[in-house]
Design a protein around this ligand. Structure first.
Ligand code: AMP
Ligand code: TRP
Length: 337
């Protein structure tokens, strides 16, 4: 039995934070032991909102280096940069031509981002989910590990594959595209902001104190945790809806210290904030230290990183190009001689 295949990706926009690590990358690290794993840096997605060309390449390489630093192993998975596999753009175009406009207009993330962009909304921002569908469908992915917020985009990818490609251009016995399943991750799936326990930790929050990035130096981590919002009560607990900040900080402690929820809850049940915060800071610094060390090594000497990305790209291309040919044939394009 071949291993089930998974594909996922993160945008190279700004520094990755604890939410990206605990909600996404950390799960990929486990998946690569049991699944045929493909992970990409989705740089084509990053230009759907205004971007700085002087930083794009560096951010893409930095994001790939973080994948490796967090434990992605190029022997067991393909790591690549989306824009370097041309099939993503090409399949996106083919899918664009069969995707109804109103499917895209109802995407929640588009509506939210469009409001933020004001007059500056590009066609690319609207088309973002079709590009994401192309990313997934090119690899015949069985499963797509993503956070809850991406569920609607995944449904769209399934609908495009099933209703717009397979039903029209394939047959029951010979579907053109594999219809993927979402894999919505639970543990660590929602890391909340340090300044508001009711909203997600996010790259786009203007307040940098709301997130800890994977590259924050120890003093900054300690400072951010010291300033993190708490409540006047003594003792930490999980699951009290009146105390979202407490739940979030205790969850982070349970994961980052490696102690797990039960032990963390017992240890902190009667603790005051003055005692807890330094413990959380220490656990966070210790958890990020090996990641940062490996990241800096990879970014100083780029040879290894370049090698990994070249290898990943070759592996990705061979799968992606085969799928693209299948779709071109099904849609009736002339075969290149
Ligand atoms: P983004 O930062 O929105 O590009 O998200 C990249 C990946 O990280 C997606 O799979 C998200 O679901 C995940 N992610 C982003 N923010 C968080 C968060 N605060 N908690 C958990 N997962 C997150
Ligand atoms: N839209 C995803 C996010 O914001 C990133 C992404 C792009 C992705 N293409 C993908 C995730 C394909 C999984 C599979 O998190």
């Amino acid at each position: 039995m071949p291993r089930p295949r998974v594909l996922s990706g993160v945008q190279p926009t700004g520094a990755l934070h604890l939410g990206n690590w605990l909600g996404a990358i950390r799960n990929w690290v486990d998946l690569q032991n049991t699944h045929d794993t493909y992970v990409c840096v989705v740089d084509l997605h990053a230009i759907t909102v205004p971007h700085d060309p002087a930083k794009l390449a560096e951010h893409s390489l930095g994001t790939a280096a973080l994948y490796l630093a967090c434990g992605m192993d190029p022997e067991r998975c393909a790591i690549f940069i989306q824009s370097q596999v041309a099939a993503h753009s090409e399949l996106c175009w083919l899918l664009n031509c069969v995707t109804p406009l109103n499917w895209l207009e109802r995407m929640i993330q588009f509506k939210e981002k469009a409001v933020k962009q004001g007059d500056n909304v590009s066609v690319g921002l609207l088309d973002y989910p079709v590009l994401m569908a192309a990313d997934i469908l090119l690899y015949d992915a069985d499963l797509v590990p993503v956070g809850e917020d991406q569920k609607q985009h995944l449904e769209l990818a399934r609908d495009i594959a099933q209703q717009r490609i397979n039903a029209r251009f394939g047959s029951e016995d010979h579907p053109v595209l594999k219809v993927p399943q979402p894999m919505i991750l639970k543990e660590g799936a929602r890391v909340m902001s340090l300044t508001d326990g009711r909203s997600k930790m996010s790259k786009s929050d203007p307040n940098e104190g709301s997130r800890i990035t994977l590259l924050d130096p120890p003093e900054l981590i300690t400072k951010k945790i010291k300033r993190a919002k708490t409540d006047p009560e003594r003792g930490l607990e999980f699951g009290n809806p009146e105390r979202p900040e407490t739940d979030n900080l205790l969850s982070l402690y349970a994961i980052l210290s490696g102690k797990g929820r039960e032990q963390a809850a017992a240890e902190c049940a009667d603790m005051g904030w003055g005692q807890f915060k330094p413990l959380l800071a220490e656990a966070t610094v210790a958890a990020l230290e090996p990641i940062q060390a490996r990241y800096h090594l990879l970014m100083e000497d780029r040879k290894e990183l370049e090698q990994v990305l070249k290898h990943g790209r070759n592996k990705a291309e061979s799968v992606a190009n085969a799928t693209l040919s299948r779709v071109r044939d099904a849609l009736g394009f002339a075969t290149p001689g």
